[in-house]
Design a protein around this ligand. Structure first.
Ligand code: TRP
Length: 339
């Protein structure tokens, strides 16, 4: 992929407790891609999507806490705030102006088909409730706000999880509709980037690692908690000396998704030959994972303890972001109003 001079943008939804599946599947690849684009003379635009978060979190104290946590997580995981443009979504008024303009070019049918809304309707139907029971316009319009996030900065690439691809496609469709309407390229069509070969990291019970399954290895925990989670990884009762196919062994799948290649290889050989017990493997993994996470955890705690500095840095980021946003919005308004 040609990254030179491009703009990579992504929004981080504050979700509360994160696990190593979020780290390998979303946080790390987005930061790595961002670093690559910066090295190639392009831009990394990254923000905490705090307006999107209102939809599922209405407790002000908890909301501000998860926003803080999200910002500190990305910094701890290696986002360089001097090189990237890192800020809070709500500090950019241009995005909200953009959202209002975009609504006029967005077919209502697009929103009916957006997966988060559809899932909420399906739930209501299953419970025998009216289709739109408990559904607010924030949820319904979620993809338009996301489109504004993306289009306001002239983004080229948007690294996202598979569940967000539809939203980026809707964004490109809205931009395409505007360009077609005014017969010129007013807005840039973005492209979603997903990690094709990133295997979904399984959780301790073998299902996808997810907070809702209670099967996670936490990203920010002390060595003991990490050990407890690793020790709870499900194993079978094959004989310790039996040669095994590593692909069939959950421990190996988790190690491969997270641990350094030397350890993965050692486990692979131990399983193939037989003789390496699951308990031994778990101990090795718990130690390796705790070691790997320790510096990230430390940086995270440090940012949380000095959140004022983080806030200042986010404000600087917002200034930079607005410099990008203003001309894009002005250009769109000039086109629409023939100014
Ligand atoms: N909707 C995304 C999520 O749920 C977060 C997000 C908001 C986002 N705005 C964005 C992602 C713009 C990419 C681009 O994870």
């Amino acid at each position: 992929m040609e990254l030179s001079g491009k703009c990579v943008l992504t929004g981080v939804k504050p979700t509360g407790t994160l696990h190593i599946g979020n780290y390998v599947g979303a946080i790390k690849p987005a930061i790595e891609m961002g670093n690559r684009v910066i090295e190639n003379g392009g831009k990394l635009v990254m923000f905490v999507a705090d307006y999107h978060a209102i939809n599922f979190m209405k407790d002000p104290e908890r909301l501000s806490q998860i926003i803080k946590e999200a910002a500190c997580t990305y910094l701890a995981c290696g986002l360089n705030p001097e090189k990237a443009i890192f800020f809070r979504q709500s500090d950019i008024p241009e995005v909200f102006e953009m959202t209002s303009l975009l609504t006029n070019f967005t077919p209502k049918g697009f929103m009916n088909k957006a997966h988060a809304y559809k899932a909420a309707v399906d739930k209501n139907v299953a419970k025998g409730e009216p289709n739109d029971a408990g559904i607010n316009m924030g949820l319904y319009n979620y993809p338009i706000l996301m489109a504004a996030d993306i289009l306001t900065y002239d983004s080229d690439y948007v690294p996202v999880g598979k569940d967000q691809v539809q939203h980026v496609e809707i964004t490109a469709d809205i931009a395409g509709a505007i360009n077609a309407c005014y017969k010129k390229e007013v807005l840039k069509l973005p492209k979603a980037i997903t990690q094709e070969n990133a295997a979904v990291l399984p959780g301790t019970d073998g299902r996808k690692m997810s907070k809702s399954y209670n099967n996670v290895i936490p990203l920010f925990a002390d060595a003991n908690e990490i050990k407890k989670a690793v020790m709870s990884i499900k194993t079978d009762c094959q004989d310790i000396n039996a040669p095994k196919n590593p692909e069939d062994i959950l421990l190996y799948q988790i190690a491969r998704g997270f641990c350094a290649s030397e350890l993965v290889q050692e486990i692979e050989e131990g399983l193939k030959k037989g003789g390496m017990g699951y308990g031994t493997i778990k101990k090795m993994m718990a130690e390796a994972i705790a070691n790997e996470l320790a510096p990230i955890h430390e940086r995270y705690m440090d940012h949380m303890a000095h959140y004022k500095d983080v806030e200042e840095m986010l404000q600087l980021g917002a200034q930079k972001a607005r410099t990008l946003a203003k001309p894009v919005l002005e250009n769109l308004k000039a086109t629409i109003f023939n100014k």
